[in-house]
Design a protein around this ligand. Structure first.
Ligand SMILES: NC(=O)C1=CN([C@@H]2O[C@H](COP(=O)(O)OP(=O)(O)OC[C@H]3O[C@@H](n4cnc5c(N)ncnc54)[C@H](O)[C@@H]3O)[C@@H](O)[C@H]2O)C=CC1
Ligand SMILES: C[N+](C)(C)CC(=O)CC(=O)[O-]
Length: 480
């Protein structure tokens, strides 16, 4: 079944949703009266194409088809998801929903990107209130996985469950609020921090840049991986959360924050903030800043992925959902992925170390396929690499779709001799030859593999022995 999403309002946020749905294989139909919408979405999409696919360690689905429509009725035809991202004005949103409900399939879920309206406010006066939920995302929607899902009693269970399922399928984390509240969860924090920051600028305590430094060099890094409560639990030392509250609870009564007090946004204050912001970041265009932000996010999210923590754990779960079964009949495709942004170097291409990483990943996958999986390794057996020879034959750039095809040259006793070929399309980029030895993780010495591993490895090696010997096997750098 073709999965079709409508994007109603294709600005900063609608463009991000469009990119995420498209790159996750959905067809996307856009309605936005702005004549510039197509250009703006294509620019957001270009940013998404260079950053999102590299977050995944498996092949992404084929990109969906993007179309633009002058009429709402055409944009919503055949959809199962409609994402509304029109300006934050209740009367505009109500007018849009009335049009949507006239033409959209009754089974389609309408998710609103609203930053602050409660779903009951959005549903008020609508023909089919149960179809409308809040799905509040974070910019850039194509990279950040959180979507605050806010529902009311008017939403039937199939709408709530359907929303969770679809958001999860496109790699998002639907955080379902227990109750509706103005500005949901995250924007309440953002607004509190924003208010404090405005005071600090107005009172001449800090510039916009100094405030950003206070966040990005300190607690912002902590928040990005553990959030607030897990971080403060550690700050309580061995005595944990109770000790932390005992120590810092009283400060809440002290004048540490101005909380609900909002500085008046006078022209003077607005100009002060805008001038400081220009001095801080005006040498970059917005598109450049977006690319810097995306590069940083990709690097951070991939680091969290390696730790299987926070947003990185969500990425690993999404990889599992997207992984395809592997054909074991001929050469085995052990890696199929896009080169991520953080794999490239000062020469503008994939760094040599990343070739070894890709071949290492290929070996790990091959080990898993012969039964040397996490369970076997925890029982005390594994393989160590004893020797590696890589030939770098051609360049790969960020965003390239690469594949590693693996051949077992020898699988006998303790020895496993692998030959990896890395391709972009038909272009051979590199070969990797690796000799591995089975070991006991207890003695750290060579040992015979388990019978089932030896049998599977032997069978694969026997099948691969019937294939022509690849050019380059056994080569060394050599010396004249
Ligand atoms: N900008 C942000 O950081 C975030 C915004 N949001 C929410 O997303 C929604 C959209 O915000 P942005 O994308 O920032 O605004 P935006 O101004 O960038 O985009 C709004 C788009 O809606 C279009 N539009 C206006 N009337 C329309 C109509 N009747 N039918 C279809 N399209 C129409 C405009 O032409 C424009 O392209 C708001 O509800 C906002 O609260 C949510 C998360 C973050
Ligand atoms: C400023 N904002 C209220 C529009 C922010 C959001 O809604 C979420 C975000 O991406 O920061």
């Amino acid at each position: 079944m073709t999965k079709i999403a409508a994007i109603i309002g294709g600005g900063v946020i609608g463009g991000g949703w469009a990119a995420r749905f498209l790159l996750m294989g959905w067809d996307v139909q856009v309605f936005d009266p702005d004549p510039e919408a197509e250009r703006k979405i294509s620019e957001v999409l270009a940013n998404a194409r260079r950053s999102l696919p590299g977050l995944s360690d498996v092949a992404m689905p084929a990109e969906g088809k993007l179309t633009f429509h002058a009429e709402i009725k055409d944009a919503v035809a055949g959809t199962s998801w409609i994402q509304e991202s029109v300006p934050e004005r209740l009367e505009i949103k109500h007018k849009v929903y009335a049009g949507l409900q006239e033409h959209a399939p009754a089974s389609a879920i309408i998710g609103s990107s609203t930053s602050g309206f409660k779903p009951s406010e959005l549903q008020e006066g609508m023909a089919n209130p149960g179809q409308i939920v809040v799905t509040h995302p974070f910019n850039p929607v194509y990279l950040l996985p959180l979507a605050e899902l806010v529902t009311t009693e008017a939403n039937p269970a199939e709408v709530v469950d359907g929303a969770k399922e679809i958001l999860t399928s496109i790699g998002m984390h639907p955080l379902h609020l227990k109750k509706e509240i103005d500005a949901h969860i995250a924007d309440r924090f953002l607004e509190a921090v924003w208010r404090e920051a405005l005071w600090l600028v107005k009172d001449g305590i800090a510039t916009t840049e100094e405030i950003d430094d206070a966040i990005r060099y300190g607690f912002g890094l902590r928040w990005g991986q553990m959030g607030l409560f897990e971080t403060y639990r550690i700050a309580g030392g061995e005595a944990g959360m109770k000790h932390f509250i005992a120590q810092f609870g009283p400060c809440l009564q002290w004048p540490w924050t101005k909380l609900m007090d909002v500085p008046e946004l006078t022209d003077e204050l607005i100009n002060m903030i805008a001038d400081q912001s220009d001095a801080q970041s005006g040498h970059h265009s917005i598109r450049e800043l977006e690319r810097i932000r995306d590069n940083n996010l990709v690097g951070m999210m991939r680091a969290l992925k390696a730790q299987d923590y926070g947003a990185g754990a969500l990425l690993n779960a999404q990889d599992k959902r997207m992984a395809q079964p592997i054909d074991m009949s001929g050469l085995i495709t052990t890696v199929s992925r896009v080169v991520p942004l953080d794999w490239t170097d000062y020469n503008g291409h994939m760094n040599e170390a990343r070739y070894l990483q890709a071949f290492g990943d290929a070996t790990d996958k091959f080990m898993e396929l012969i039964g040397c999986d996490a369970e076997y390794i925890s029982s005390g057996g594994s393989y160590f690499t004893a020797e590696t020879h890589i030939r770098h034959l051609d360049e790969a750039h960020a965003g390239a779709q690469i594949e590693v095809r693996t051949r077992c040259l020898l699988g006998e006793g303790k020895k496993m001799h692998l030959w990896h070929e890395m391709y972009e399309g038909d272009r051979l980029l590199a070969t990797g030859e690796h000799m591995l030895i089975h070991v006991s993780l207890e003695t750290r010495r060579a040992s015979e593999p388990a019978v089932h591993i030896a049998a599977t490895l032997g069978r694969i090696a026997e099948g691969h022995a019937t294939l022509p010997m690849p050019e380059g096997v056994g080569k060394a750098v050599g010396k004249k």
